[in-house]
Design a protein around this ligand. Structure first.
Ligand SMILES: C[S@@+](CC[C@H](N)C(=O)[O-])C[C@H]1O[C@@H](n2cnc3c(N)ncnc32)[C@H](O)[C@@H]1O
Length: 241
């Protein structure tokens, strides 16, 4: 009798387990590109060998995790969009607030969380704010926690306002409580449409009434009204009261 033919899904499950990432939630073409590049880079010829390498070599594992989760970021990424947020949204959002909570969902090595903290300082509310920086990669959060981003040391007073949170956004959980501002930029674009929709639903539910969620300029939340969101620009949505 012939041995059972291994299902491609079993390989993918093996890789997902070895990487500790919800691979099925990421777009297939994105995962495939990352895997093909990894096979070439690590000089192995098949998925089984790659899984073994990921299991046995933390450097290979981190490299592939960062590639699939996409670690590209930067302080004040997309200044045009942030200038708009700063002038069109932040004044009314921060006016008269007693306590302001912001969530950078998919914060990479903290750059986006610190960007938000700096904007809150400009608006004079950092002292009564909490910024949560969450990411699926603990290695990225550890970088953020070090307080040095892009070679710049973040002042202690600002670092103290940011809490780090290890979280897979596709798992449907939040850091708890409600947020006046949520940034989730350049994350949903790598997810399958159902996974992105589920993440949008989770984020929308974590917004305080009147709170704002910002995605990247090229991203959109599908059917925002069904989540209680009103578009206020192409990439920003306000939760209706
Ligand atoms: C392209 S970076 C964007 C970082 C930042 N938001 C920005 O726009 O510069 C994507 C980030 O999302 C994180 N990420 C990817 N999948 C995730 C998931 N399922 N749950 C939480 N974070 C995730 C990655 O680790 C990475 O830090």
């Amino acid at each position: 009798m012939n041995p059972p033919v291994a299902q491609p899904n079993a390989h993918v499950r093996g890789l997902a387990e070895a990487l500790g990432l919800p691979l099925a939630s990421y777009r297939r073409d994105h995962v495939k590109n990352c895997v093909v590049r990894a096979l070439r880079r690590e000089q192995v010829t098949d998925l089984n060998a790659l899984v073994a390498l990921v299991d046995g070599d933390p450097v290979v594992r981190t490299r592939l995790r960062r590639s699939i989760a996409v670690s590209t970021t930067g302080l004040f990424r997309d200044p045009t969009q942030l200038r708009w947020l700063d002038s069109a949204v932040m004044p009314s959002l921060t006016a008269g607030v007693k306590r302001f909570r912001a969530w950078s969902a998919g914060c990479a090595a903290g750059e986006e969380a610190f960007t938000v903290a700096m904007m809150l300082e400009w608006h004079g509310v950092l002292g009564n704010s909490e910024v949560v920086g969450s990411d699926i990669l603990e290695e990225s959060l550890a970088e953020g926690q070090s307080g040095v981003v892009g070679g710049a040391r973040i002042p202690a007073g600002m670092r103290g306002r940011v809490n780090w949170d290890l979280r897979d956004l596709t798992a449907g959980t939040t850091p708890g409580g409600q947020f006046e501002l949520i940034l989730c930029r350049n994350v949903m674009t790598f997810l399958t449409p159902p996974a992105a929709e589920a993440v949008a639903r989770t984020l929308a539910a974590a917004l305080a009434p009147g709170g704002v969620i910002l995605v990247a300029r090229e991203e959109r939340i599908e059917d925002p009204e069904s989540l209680g969101l009103v578009p206020i620009s192409g990439s920003a949505y306000r939760r209706s009261h």
